[in-house]
Design a protein around this ligand. Structure first.
Ligand code: ADP
Ligand code: MG
Length: 258
């Protein structure tokens, strides 16, 4: 579904993404991890077409991403970024309706009635009671579900998530990841998620890309990536890696430094 070839991006002559090469299969749940500032969000911006690469190429469904018109791209790729929610004052239902813009003409009219689709997303995200609430009257967890809802009503083939669980407590983290995964499975959606929690990445991602200082360190299954030596090399700490007793996937235990 996505092919990334020798991708480079610099800001002010400083390389931020430097030689990324990977592909993401249709229907895959693909994770991106790496320390702060390693270029994860920039890579996601390149994948969503918000930023353009200085060199290299991204193919989406076999076609260069830059060959898609803006609205056409928005019908294929949706992005969840909490900061991208509209300013306060808008109501939850209005925000979800905004997610339908790729399907609207210049008058804001849509050929198909999206009421049923939006109702479904509202129900699935547990937002029924909150539809008439204003964004500034929501908790962090509720806002994050609205942001996900806005992306889902776009009916994308590719869903990009940038640290979707940041600021959420463990209950909401699992809830949000479960919703993303069940949507992905039911709709054969391709998910690319930047995650800072390595344990969540291990539990939810089919494969993981590890980045460090703009470079792609490794891509593979969680047991190939969440290795103590690799984590130490990239994050500068030596965690204990254990197997999850039920899921047989690597999980990381942190140790205080001496
Ligand atoms: P991550 O998401 O992994 O924390 P980012 O992709 O946000 O990393 O940022 C990588 C580096 O690029 C950082 O050093 C950041 O300061 C820089 N950067 C990101 N966006 C811009 C921008 N629009 N202009 C200049 N520098 C940027
Ligand atoms: Mg980031």
């Amino acid at each position: 579904m996505i092919e990334v070839k020798s991708l480079h991006k610099a800001y002010h002559a400083r390389a931020v993404v430097c030689g990324a090469n990977f592909s993401v299969g249709a229907g895959e749940f693909f994770g991106i991890i790496g320390p702060n500032g390693s270029g994860k969000s920039t890579l996601l911006k390149l994948l969503s077409g918000v930023a353009s690469a200085d060199a290299g190429e991204i193919l989406l469904g076999g076609k260069p991403i830059r060959s898609y018109a803006r609205k056409e791209l928005a019908r294929i790729v949706a992005v969840l970024e909490q900061e991208a929610l509209p300013p306060v004052g808008f109501r939850v239902r209005e925000v979800l309706e905004m997610g339908r813009y790729p399907y609207q003409n210049w008058l804001g009219e849509e050929g198909e009635d999206s009421t049923v689709l939006i109702d479904d997303v509202v129900r699935m995200l547990g937002l029924s009671e909150l539809q008439e609430r204003k964004l500034d009257e929501l908790s962090g967890g509720e806002k994050q579900r609205v942001a996900l809802g806005k992306a889902l009503v776009q009916k994308p083939q590719v869903l990009l998530l940038d640290e979707p669980t940041t600021y959420l407590d463990i209950g909401y983290q699992i809830q949000l990841m479960d919703i993303a995964r069940s949507w992905q499975k039911n709709n054969q959606v391709t998910v690319v998620a930047v995650l800072h929690d390595l344990n969540l990445a291990s539990l939810y991602c089919d494969r993981i890309l590890l980045m460090h200082k703009g470079r792609q360190v490794s891509v593979g299954k969680s047991r190939d990536i969440l290795r103590s030596s690799l984590i130490e090399q990239v994050y500068g700490i030596k965690p204990i890696v254990m197997e999850h007793p039920i899921h047989q996937l690597p999980q990381i235990m942190l140790q205080p430094g001496s």
